[in-house]
Design a protein around this ligand. Sequence first.
Ligand code: MD6
Ligand code: FE
Length: 216
Amino acid sequence: MQDLFSNLIPALPEQETLAEGAVLLRGEALSHERDLLSALAQITARAAFRNMVTPGGFTMSVAMTNCGPLGWVSDRSGYRYSPVDPLTGENWPTMPECFLKLAQDAAAKAGYQNFTPDACLINRYEPKNKLSLHQDKDEKSPEHPIVSVSLGLPATFQFGGLKRTDPVLKYALQHGDVVVWGGPSRLYYHGITPLKDGEHPLLGRTRINLTFRKAA
Ligand code: MD6
Ligand code: FE
């Protein structure tokens, strides 16, 4: 059947450059999906998803947790990386081997050798949730890239420039897609538009995003 339609629906390229330093690796995480999702369930059993509060006092619609030596946290006093989950007072769960391998393999494919992430921020989107345009600038090692893994419902990723007012391009991110992002575009503004409702066979009405960083 696939042959019947392959001339009507052109396949998207396996690798696409979004900007200098930023590469979309389509389907890169697909072969690991079951391992990734079972590791995720173990993490969230210990460090539950929660809606953090911004320094300005707004509750984020996207729910978050972390694994690895450092986790990204936000509250009324600001954004920072912390070894401790403020909800439990315990360290964040260890970064699973399958997470680390995926992140390092993807970084290497994109030309970033020796990526040694010490933080993995895990975002959970439900329909209508969005992430406003922002820069990732809380990391002390911006010479390292960020590796971002999309699982579950598709999302529209907005990708701009160094200024908030720069024009933004939009990209569809599907289950299994990985974006590796660094170098000249490491500090570009980006965001996720309100998630469209749908049903994913493994994740239901949810999108999960894993972002691996070298934070320290
Ligand atoms: C998301 N991602 O995809 C949100 N940040 O749900 C990010 O904010 C992000 O994908 C830095 C680098 C890659 C990203
Ligand atoms: Fe970001």
